[in-house]
Design a protein around this ligand. Structure first.
Ligand SMILES: [Mg+2]
Length: 265
């Protein structure tokens, strides 16, 4: 009896061969989607709290001021961010925003209705960076992150890009408001355009000097106040951090995208 074919089959029979890769991924991936969900999820306990419960605390702004994702949750958040669920959660928020926008009376606004978009993890996705840096488990490294930003290659968050296009078609202008430094204006503008955000009313970055002591919430609130003082009406505001959407004037409606990877106060 010829045993040779059995020798080739043996690894597969023992489960030593990885399953065939499925290539039928959805269009407009952010970054190498991995269709695995929850395998390291609720079972992963961190100090008595599951990773998914920790995530709930983060997204409801109940857990504040944290520096890193719990070490045991890297795999959980890797699966969350790279799998379908992050996209589905983003889609639910962006779809609600679009539905709200379609109900607005834009034609009577004199062209002064604006929608404020945050940049990182809202308009652009830094998943290519965070996927190489532990999905929030590693302490934030500004030098490494700025090096990544300088490449100008962050992909769009597809759900936000779709919302952006719909808002423009409705006659709502977009203002990008970001905590990125003024020195990063050129690369940020070029990255936004490359990602499909081809025009905007304003791109507001964080300048140096007297306002350097402000936290993100104070900086963004004061910039929104300036916009209203310039006669703009902020009909909507979308961001991934609570500091994007808290602080008067918040905008007539706010929308919070998911982001369990980092916290900015
Ligand atoms: Mg952000």
């Amino acid at each position: 009896m010829n045993l040779l074919p059995l020798l080739f089959l043996l690894p597969a029979l023992l489960g030593l061969v990885p399953p065939m890769q499925v290539s039928a991924a959805p269009a407009r991936q952010i970054h190498l989607l991995r269709p695995v969900m929850g395998s390291a999820g609720a079972a992963v306990k961190v100090k008595g709290v599951s990773c998914s419960s920790w995530q709930f605390g983060v997204e409801t702004n109940s857990l504040r001021g944290w520096n890193t994702v719990p070490a045991g949750c890297e795999s959980y958040f890797g699966h969350y961010m790279m799998g379908r669920r992050y996209r589905e959660d983003s889609r639910a928020v962006a779809a609600a925003a679009a539905e709200y926008a379609r109900g607005l009376q834009i034609s009577s606004g004199g062209g002064k209705q604006i929608w404020v978009f945050d940049v990182d993890e809202t308009s652009l996705s830094n998943l290519p960076y965070y996927s190489r840096h532990g999905f929030g488990v590693e302490p934030f490294n500004a030098t490494l992150f700025d090096t990544w930003v300088a490449t100008g290659t962050a992909p769009p968050l597809p759900e936000s890009l779709k919302l952006y296009k719909e808002l423009l078609s409705l006659g709502i202008k977009v203002v990008f408001l970001t905590g990125r430094a003024e020195e990063q204006r050129q690369i940020t503008a070029s990255n936004l355009k490359k990602a499909g955000y081809y025009s905007w009313e304003k791109l507001i970055l964080r300048g140096n000097g007297a306002l350097a002591h402000e936290n993100a919430l104070q900086f963004k609130s004061s910039e929104r106040l300036k916009l209203t003082e310039q006669g703009y009406r902020i009909v909507g505001n979308i961001g991934d951090q609570w500091s994007d959407i808290l602080g008067s004037p918040e905008g007539e409606r706010t929308f919070k995208l998911p982001d369990p990877l980092y916290y900015i106060s």
